[in-house]
Unconditional design. Structure first.
Length: 219
């Protein structure tokens, strides 16, 4: 068991970071921790079944610590970040949010799952890097995932989450590609950036409130 922990913690692949940000998208649409845990366990089960297919050995986890502990904890970290930052859906639809549903449309019912699906598709660069006949440098795997993930978040209108993800993934990628330890780096960076973001949000809110009070006093 101790060897499993050592392997998971020292791993330099992007997957621990991915296991933070993909569940986070689910958490935006379904703010229920039990639903999230159920989805994670279902995914891990499907991943195991796929890994048993000849030729799909890449998807086989190296240790049960990864499947039963690490992936779940990273998913809960994503849930925590979304909850702390109060990331929610809004009616605002900026010009770049071409995939964000309009009010009272049938598409609105499937927009959430579609967003999750496209976010999962952002791992294609990482998965392709594992193929024997394709050599994708680790740094491209990190930033390739980040670029697609952030772009998809913007297309669905989640500007603040896209900025947060851009900063976190950028820092995590820069550190982990050099020193590894993606699990520890991801946890530290997500919590630190979340803290700074919350302070910024409170400062911005106070500035807006002060401006409104000043405007009322003038009139």
């Amino acid at each position: 068991m101790s060897q499993g922990w050592a392997f998971v913690i020292s791993d330099n692949l992007p997957w621990p970071m991915v296991h933070v940000f993909l569940p986070a998208i689910i958490s935006i649409y379904v703010r229920d921790i039990w639903v999230l845990l159920s989805v994670i366990y279902i995914f891990e089960s499907v991943e195991f079944l796929v890994s048993e297919i000849p030729g799909f050995h890449y998807w086989k986890e190296q240790t049960n610590v990864d499947t039963l502990v690490s992936d779940i904890l990273m998913g809960l970290l994503g849930f925590t970040a979304v909850t702390m930052l109060k990331v929610t859906q809004t009616d605002e639809r900026p010009w770049y949010a071409c995939l964000k549903p309009k009010k009272n449309t049938c598409y609105k019912k499937i927009a959430g799952p579609f967003h999750v699906l496209l976010s999962c598709a952002s791992t294609i660069v990482i998965a392709a890097g594992a193929l024997d006949n394709i050599d994708i440098p680790l740094v491209y795997q990190y930033y390739g995932f980040g670029a697609i993930y952030v772009l998809v978040a913007l297309l669905f209108g989640f500007k603040e989450w896209a900025i947060f993800s851009f900063i976190c993934i950028g820092i995590i990628s820069g550190i982990s590609t050099i020193v590894g330890y993606n699990v520890l780096v991801s946890i530290g960076v997500v919590f630190l950036v979340s803290g700074f973001t919350m302070v910024f949000q409170k400062t911005e809110k106070r500035a807006i409130e002060a401006k409104e009070v000043k405007t009322l006093l003038i009139f």
